[in-house]
Design a protein around this ligand. Structure first.
Ligand code: SF4
Ligand code: SF4
Ligand code: SF4
Length: 299
């Protein structure tokens, strides 16, 4: 009997960055692949017919099309362990920001208004494009998810730990710390913000907490486990690991963190309105997973 775990990697609406993250996790995962785990189906990296069942399915991407919905249910039925992999899959991710618009508006924008688009028919194509769902819902609204592996894309350590836990049978866990807890710029003192600043127009001290300098850094509201990799590379956290432990809404937590660190005497409402695209900034990866979920349109 073949005792290897049979693995399928299924992509919904995604950018393929998550599949690259799996491949990039070598050489560590090469120790497992072939010996303990066999990839039997992964259309993005190999040609093979779909099997009738697998031990594990890794699902990347968000549910944006009716085809995604069908694929999701089909692979849940075929798999013993269902892994939601990457922030699109776990929370809706970047595609989830489209929940601020109707699918009609999205199609019109893409096919009529996009810079450089010339559409002689003056309407989106009526066939040959996938039917969109009305809006993006997290995978957990459709099927039972066994394991969540967040990140855009998930960091190497998480990918390796996922495979190790599958092979060993040990529980796969996520960090309960926040990105701030892992951040080398965290002094451990209460944060104080005296002015809000925009990254593109301000001088940045890369050795001082970005939030204390007035730049939006989602570290306080974001789950750790990435080793604060963006901060170590000189940029604020954008929140890709999703809400911190016991946090229902990443944006609400972040707004609360900012309000605790600012005083109205020093940071005016006018100062705060200089920050552009607040919803996109605070819900960059998690809008469908948040309390709001989407913009409701009347009529
Ligand atoms: S989580 Fe990030 S890397 Fe993965 S599919 Fe979504 S956008 Fe791409
Ligand atoms: S707010 Fe950002 S820069 Fe400051 S300690 Fe937290 S993660 Fe580090
Ligand atoms: S620092 Fe923030 S944005 Fe960067 S990988 Fe970690 S969670 Fe994601």
């Amino acid at each position: 009997m073949n005792s290897k775990f049979k693995l399928a990697i299924i992509s919904l609406t995604s950018c393929a960055g998550c599949e690259n993250a799996i491949l990039n996790a070598s050489p560590e995962i090469l120790d497992f692949l072939g010996k303990d785990i066999e990839i039997v189906y992964a259309p993005i990296i190999m040609d093979s017919p779909p099997p009738s069942s697998v031990d594990i399915v890794i699902v990347t991407g968000a549910v944006r099309t009716e085809e995604d919905e069908k694929k999701l249910v089909e692979w849940r039925d075929k798999s013993k362990i269902f892994v939601s992999f990457g922030s699109c899959s776990c929370f809706g991710g970047i595609p989830g920001l489209a929940n601020f618009f109707s699918s009609d508006t999205l199609l019109k924008y893409s096919y009529l208004k996009q810079l450089g688009t010339i559409n002689v028919n003056n309407s989106p194509p009526s066939n040959g494009i996938p039917n969109l769902t009305d809006y993006i819902k997290p995978l957990r609204d459709y099927v039972k998810v066994d394991l969540y592996v967040p990140g855009c894309p998930p960091p190497n350590t998480l990918v390796v730990n996922l495979f190790k836990s599958i092979i060993s049978g040990e529980k796969f866990t996520l960090s309960k710390k926040s990105v701030c807890d892992e951040c080398p710029l965290n002094t451990g003192k209460e944060k104080v913000i005296s002015k809000m600043r925009r990254w593109a127009f301000s001088k940045v001290d890369k050795d001082k907490c970005f939030l204390e300098q007035g730049f939006i850094c989602l570290g306080p509201a974001t789950r750790g486990g990435c080793g604060a990799r963006c901060i170590k590379a000189g940029y604020p956290c954008r929140g890709c690991m999703g809400p911190a432990e016991n946090c229902e809404d990443q944006a609400a937590k972040m707004i609360s963190a900012i309000s605790s660190a600012t005083s109205i005497e020093e940071v005016s409402t006018e100062d705060l309105t200089k920050l552009l695209d607040l919803a996109g900034t605070f819900y960059r990866f998690t809008l469908p997973f948040s309390i709001f979920k989407r913009k409701i349109r009347r009529g």
